[in-house]
Design a protein around this ligand. Structure first.
Ligand code: LLP
Length: 426
């Protein structure tokens, strides 16, 4: 336990972040085990224990490594994977395969084989082409596959265009037009190794209101009723995706899990009762909501430049390669000078990364105390889609990931070396 927490220092899950930067170097991803566990426990208390026949899986694309797989499994959640690589990581970590849900709009033949031969819990079939491939693979492997169809509910979500997925014009899922879904349901029923359990939608990501989820659910419930009436098909599972938003800045309103799940469960109960439908198992798959706020990134401040009457640039030792979200989605972040945490923030600066790219700006117009080279900047809410979307642009080695828990810290992913950067070159 750290007894000498520095004065004026930013403390994260009991650890002095300035000491962490000194001990492990920067840039550094820091994730809080306690905060991740708290989120999982909130899901358990307010969703899994509150409602019968429910499941929660963690969308591993948000942040994935062996330790995270173990933590999520210990907390009783399953894992959503979207590639052979994510599935491989889960396999190596010993995640029980029945806890896995395999997504993706273009799973390769090899990925489908890997899923089928390892008996993953559910394969979410995104299109007709995939249904045929999967059927063939199950025959060849003498296996069965439990599947859900991903539907495109035709709902616009209130988020950045790049992370909106439920609208009609989307690469994901089966459109609700021309009875296409009915045809696939009939087709799958005639495939003796394919076991259709139900349907999935994912409407978008970083949603701070529940409108899109509720609208999509309405479309799904109508489909379930139609399938029962017309084909006698009983839906036993619905997977309502993830997308629950978190706080990045003061403008974002904190949402608990109940804000999303209670109205959805209410709608399912009411509808099923009204139309005498059996209540399906309900699955949610949050990614960002579980890890986003549990992660921060520490940087060292290097060069600074004041352009009189224009702005002051403060450059840090990472940037776009460890956090592509500002340049991709215009994402906004909060940050503090970790070694001057209690000092008055009366200056305005723009935080730039170190890449050879004008767009490599992490935060515009950040309020800070007087900054100096050597200060440590802590950027908040970087736990989701930062490490997982990081690159080696400009041949920058990827940061280490340190897990902290009530004053203790340990490396869970080591920092890349220059040799790692050329390890695949021939
Ligand atoms: N389920 C499915 C099928 C998904 O496609 C996703 C995310 C999730 C669950 C989890 O969504 P979450 O709860 O994390 O919002 N790179 C973007 C986010 C892309 C999300 C893609 N799918 C970002 O950095 O904002």
């Amino acid at each position: 336990m750290n007894q000498n927490l520095g004065q004026n220092h930013f403390i994260f899950d009991g650890c002095d972040t300035v000491e962490l930067a000194g001990q492990y170097g920067t840039p550094l991803y820091v994730v809080s085990e306690a905060m991740i566990k708290n989120k999982c426990r909130e899901i358990k208390e307010d969703f899994l224990s509150k409602y019968n026949n429910t499941r929660a899986v963690y969308a591993s694309k948000a942040f994935l490594n062996l330790e995270m797989c173990k933590l999520i499994t210990c907390e009783g959640l399953g894992l959503d994977v979207v590639s052979g690589g994510e599935l491989y990581t889960a396999l190596k970590a010993g995640v029980p395969m029945e806890n896995i849900i395999f997504h993706g709009n273009n799973k390769s033949q090899d990925e489908l084989k890997m899923a089928v031969s390892n008996d993953v819990g559910r394969i979410v079939v995104d299109n007709g082409y995939e249904l045929d491939r999967l059927n063939q693979i199950t025959e060849e492997h003498n296996k069965t596959a439990d599947i859900l169809f991903r539907i495109t509910p035709g709902i616009d979500a209130d988020t950045h265009k790049f992370i909106s997925t439920g609208q009609v014009d989307s690469k994901f899922g089966i459109p609700m037009h021309n009875n296409m879904l009915y045809d696939y349901v009939v087709k799958s029923q005639n495939m003796k190794r394919i076991n259709l359990r139900g349907f999935h939608f994912h409407v978008g990501s970083q949603l701070l209101n529940n409108d899109a989820h509720l609208n999509a659910l309405e479309v799904l419930l109508l489909l379930i009723r139609g399938l029962k009436d017309k084909l006698g098909f009983v839906t036993s599972e619905v997977n309502l995706g993830g997308g629950f938003g978190i706080c990045y800045t003061e403008e974002d309103e904190q949402r608990n899990i109940r804000y999303f799940t209670d109205p959805m469960m209410g709608k399912i109960f009411d509808y099923c009762q009204r139309y005498v439908l059996s209540i399906p198992q309900v699955i949610i798959e949050p990614g960002r909501w579980i890890v986003g706020e549990a992660g921060i990134t520490l940087y060292s401040v290097g060069a600074m430049k004041e352009i009189p009457g224009v702005r002051t640039y403060v450059s840090v030792d990472g940037g776009m390669p460890d956090n592509p979200r500002p340049s991709l989605y215009n994402a906004k972040y909060k940050a503090v000078i970790a070694n001057k945490y209690d000092k008055k923030r009366d200056k305005t600066v723009t935080v730039a990364g170190k890449c050879c790219e004008s767009g490599d700006i992490l935060i515009e117009d950040l309020k800070v105390p007087a900054v100096e080279s050597g200060d440590i900047l802590a950027v908040m809410s970087t736990g989701a889609y930062n490490d997982s979307m990081s690159s080696n642009y400009n041949k920058l080695p990827k940061p280490a990931v340190v897990m902290v828990n009530k004053g203790e810290s340990r490396v869970i992913v080591r920092r890349e070396t220059y040799d790692d950067l050329i390890a695949r070159d021939i």
